[in-house]
Design a protein around this ligand. Sequence first.
Ligand code: GAL
Length: 464
Amino acid sequence: MKAIPKTLSWKVLAALLALALTAAACGSDAETTTTEAEVENSESATDADDGDEPTAEDDGDEPTAEDDGDEPTEDATSSTGELEIFSWWTSGSEDTALQALISAFQAGAPNADIINGAVSGGGGANAQAVLATRIQGNDLPDTWQSGPGGRLTPYLEADVIRPVTEVYDDAGFRDTMPAGLIESLSVDGEIYAVATGAHRGNNLWYNKALLDGAGVDAPAGDYTNEQFLADLATLDAAGVTGLCLGANQAFAVDELFENILLGVVGPEGWAALRDGDRSWDDPEVREAAEIFGQVLDYVDPDASALTWDQAILRLADGTCAFNSMGDWAYGELINSGAVDNEDFGYVNQPGTDGVFMLVVDAFVVAKDTPNWDLAKVWLTEMGQPETQLEFNIAKGASPVRNDVDTSALPPYQQGAADALAADATALSIVHHGEPAFQTVMSEAVTIFAQTKDVEQFVQALASA
Ligand code: GAL
């Protein structure tokens, strides 16, 4: 794998990402074949009369200054046309959060329509496969969900996204967003995306009543894997299913391993593995694999039929006790009516106290979009403080602007926002790894979940 990001801070992370993105050479073998997902929700979010593909030439509306790719000269609020936005945000909380972005866009461009081209599938594997196909067909949406590291690589390599630097300059984002974050979205001095928020990946959620009922203490920050395994055994003995898992989506199983691994290797070990300074054939990777295998013994027997959002809701309804998942799960819990610190609790994954596994969503714009003026409105509005607040409250994430009043966030998210500023960061491989490595890792995890063969697993990772 190519050396990509670093841990420790936005600043360090950024420098490494910038370097790596310029040098990134893998990624063309991202999954391009499995496209069982289809573009869903292809109706306009604002009206029902679109039906057509958004070609922007056939809409009969006056062509504005938008179709030449140059800087728009007119007031964007008078722009008509359609903007196709593409994401994998289709769960209850994800869609609510997406609607906050759409509303902000509509306020900025009231005469334009949005085509919501979301493709379901947590973690984005389906959406990314569909995008790969659309790149080949030269049929890209105007703007799509992306992010630092491996999330940008395929689009930079295919040369299908355009710089959005002028949005940062015009909207003053350079003064309000962390320099490290901006760097992580930049290549050769141009910025390619605007971030919606930052998720923490390394959370362990639990059902309070199930733990209480089995006599298991609520875990605290110093929770260890040894204690976690002991608690899973206690729950099992009490007839309680220990671990909820949305194993129908590979990313959820990958993320369980990723979180366990971070707990064993720590942020510096994480950086070394990511940067290629440490082999994956490493005693600590083996140790993490052993723990992963033991934890998997307590998985919900229905896991293979469940998506990540179904799995976290099973935790809320008392079907199973723990779930290891990014804090989009918090958005989903609250969206379902579950009450923080009553129905469920949370702690960092064992061994990861003081470390923030970073997952950042950001939107890029198609190089050849005929709707650049609308895309500018989309990006500008999503970066406003009110939009960041509304979006992130629904999403379970932390705003990335430094001037958002985080006291308006729910307690979990206030803590996460503070942790984002204070903790060492580790950029998720599951969500931000180079596609070629991610594919190998995901396949290795799938096989390991069945065989529990540590040697085979570690060798697969080491040879990626
Ligand atoms: C991540 C994404 C999150 C959330 C999650 C589950 O990749 O960054 O915003 O959507 O997938 O779908």
